[in-house]
Design a binder for this molecule. Sequence first.
Ligand code: FMN
Length: 134
Amino acid sequence: MTMLQLIYVSSVRPGAEGIDPDTILAKSRVNNQRDEITGLLYSDGTRFLQALEGPTDKVEAAYARIKADPRHRAIVMLSEREIQAREFGEWAMAHKTPSTDADEFIGRVSDLSANASPNVRATFESFAQVRRAA
Ligand SMILES: Cc1cc2nc3c(=O)[nH]c(=O)nc-3n(C[C@H](O)[C@H](O)[C@H](O)COP(=O)(O)O)c2cc1C
């Protein structure tokens, strides 16, 4: 079955630093299970990096909701591609925080966005640099 994989990066909206990723994750897991969406959410209190995989129409609908969510801003799509099999595991929404593990995830996203436009690539590079400095 052909599926859609979306990867984006965003910034926590100023003033919303206190938002609890657990609240976002709990809601996401319920919705994603229903929609056969899996993926991974990286959060460090400043940025979000999320991979979404699943049926094309469902992933597009989830992304439209996520894009409209006032808890974050400046969303940049890093990669959008058709996939034949899930690449980020079977979790309804795994969560990663700054750690060695997260570096591996960021490395994979880096590979996947290698062919992105220079603009998108620059956005990701600045994200990854902030990560390394953290
Ligand atoms: C960083 C971030 C990641 C999110 N990820 C998901 C997700 O994977 N799936 C999802 O359904 N909602 C996700 N949301 C929540 C959506 O923006 C939205 O609040 C939710 O889908 C609305 O669900 P409802 O229509 O059932 O109330 C995310 C929100 C943020 C800020």
